[in-house]
Write a protein that binds this ligand. Structure first.
Ligand SMILES: Nc1nc2c(ncn2[C@@H]2O[C@H](COP(=O)(O)OP(=O)(O)OP(=O)(O)O)[C@@H](O)[C@H]2O)c(=O)[nH]1
Ligand SMILES: [Mg+2]
Ligand SMILES: [Zn+2]
Ligand SMILES: [Zn+2]
Length: 417
């Protein structure tokens, strides 16, 4: 039976048991009285105060009749199926989470979902990264894998549109993300469609991707991180962004340049990784030798600023090849080794040692969402030529390849999967 993980509260429910929400549409039948809006106390409790009271008045929620939900979900029609509201008799397709009553986007319940947790200190580049990543998956990377990415639900579509307008048209960098104490930040939901290849025959494989772009200050300590426990422990993979400009030795080594001012130094990546590992261990994510089983992709961001410290031929400075729509494992290893040796130089390998003790599956990455530093005279702007990202897709593709979503190629073996 399909289990659905709510992308808002991360509760697990069997698809057949997900309640429905009546859409309050008039039936068109003479004499039929449509349902009226009711205050949704469950949802109100979840979103917290601060929500406009009018927005809490919603169509009534009802449990699927016994057998009905099972029948509907069992047919892989899942959320696409419709059932009649017991009060007004008009059919609805909208399913809600049984725990928090958030509406699930249509077809959310139909496919496998992969929750990707995005963590990193304040101003490490999380929001910029997600927006540029989505754009790249839609364009260059999508083309290489014949894949497509679609935003699911109105909230994600709206945010994508606003972020893309800011970054690509108005050339404005995102504002600092608001901390959870100021209100609920919606997760970003996408449907990734990749052609199926190999023995299983052709067709398309759909995977729901759930990203959560938290504010850096909400990940800055064990206590703050607690709020995200359910999200972190539901994650199939973690992307930890490390801002090299917040590392003391990198700051010391960078030649004085007339770039934008260096960011403030926030929580160290080592601290974030240690807190994260403690959280995950406490929630049963134990792998071998006391390490955490959730795979972690650790990506050094803003590599455009590191050019003076890198060899001109460094693999970090160019995009991954994606030969014939496969994930190139040797290319990943080259980048992993390069970042590992740079880190050994920067912090005597302290972060790397900590990660190796804490995580079973780990890979290092280097990326630049913008491709160049923001202009010195306008530090809140994207470089004039627009974002020219380098390697933004690598961490996510590695996590997806680990889960068998993408074909992998390794040296001498041609297409391995
Ligand atoms: N040089 C360079 N700077 C970048 C890049 N991406 C982001 N930045 C800088 O980092 C700043 C912070 O980026 P955000 O994406 O807002 O960082 P965040 O991690 O979401 O920050 P919080 O939401 O406050 O936790 C931006 O305003 C830019 O100045 C990049 O690819 N290269
Ligand atoms: Mg942010
Ligand atoms: Zn929920
Ligand atoms: Zn109704």
């Amino acid at each position: 039976m399909t289990t659905v993980i709510c992308p808002y509260c991360f509760a697990r429910t069997s698809a057949a048991k997900l309640p429905y929400r009546c859409l309050m549409t008039p039936s068109g039948v003479r004499g039929g009285t449509p349902c009226g809006p009711e205050r949704d106390d469950v949802w109100a409790g979840f979103v917290g105060p601060g929500m406009n009271p009018a927005a809490l008045l919603r169509g009534p929620v009802f449990a699927p009749a016994r057998g009905m939900g099972a029948l509907a979900s069992g047919l892989r029609a899942g959320s696409g199926s419709s059932v009649p509201c017991p009060d007004c008799g008009v059919t609805t397709t909208v399913r809600v989470c049984a725990s928090c009553h958030s509406d699930l986007p249509s077809d959310y319940c139909d496919q496998d979902s992969r929750i990707i947790a995005l963590v990193g200190a304040k101003a490490s580049g999380k929001s910029t990264y997600v927006s540029v990543l989505v754009n790249e998956l839609n364009q260059r990377v999508g083309q290489a894998y014949h894949a497509s990415l679609a935003a699911m639900g109105q909230a994600t579509q709206q945010r994508d549109k606003e972020m893309a307008e800011d970054l690509y048209e108005r050339l404005r960098l995102p504002d600092a993300t608001r901390p959870a104490a100021l209100g609920f930040n919606d997760p970003l939901l996408y449907r990734l469609s990749v052609p199926r290849r190999g023995r299983l025959g052709s067709g398309t494989r759909h995977t729901t991707l759930v990203f959560f772009d938290a504010a850096g200050e909400d990940l800055a300590g064990a206590e703050a991180m607690d709020r995200y426990t359910r999200y972190l422990s539901a994650a199939d993979g973690i992307v930890l962004l490390v801002d090299p400009l917040q590392l003391g030795s990198v700051r010391d080594r960078l030649p004085l340049q007339d770039g934008p001012p260096l960011p403030m130094v926030e929580t160290s990546p080592q601290q974030i990784a240690a807190d994260l590992a403690a959280q995950l261990r406490a929630h049963g994510k134990r792998g071998s030798r006391g390490r955490v089983s959730t795979p972690i992709a650790v990506a050094v961001t803003k590599t455009d600023m590191l050019k003076p410290l890198l060899d001109a031929h460094s693999p970090v400075l160019r995009n991954a090849p994606h030969p014939e729509g496969t994930y190139d494992e040797d290319d990943r290893l080259a980048v992993h080794e390069e970042i590992r040796s740079l880190m050994a130089d920067w912090d005597s390998g302290a972060l790397m040692r900590q990660l190796e003790l804490d995580f079973d599956q780990l890979s290092m990455f280097g990326l630049s969402a913008l491709g160049a530093p923001p202009p010195a005279d306008a530090p809140a702007d994207v470089p004039k030529s627009g974002p020219q990202p380098v390697r933004v897709e690598d961490p996510l593709l590695w996590l997806l390849a680990l889960r068998g979503v993408l074909p992998v190629r390794t040296a001498g073996k041609g297409r391995a999967k």
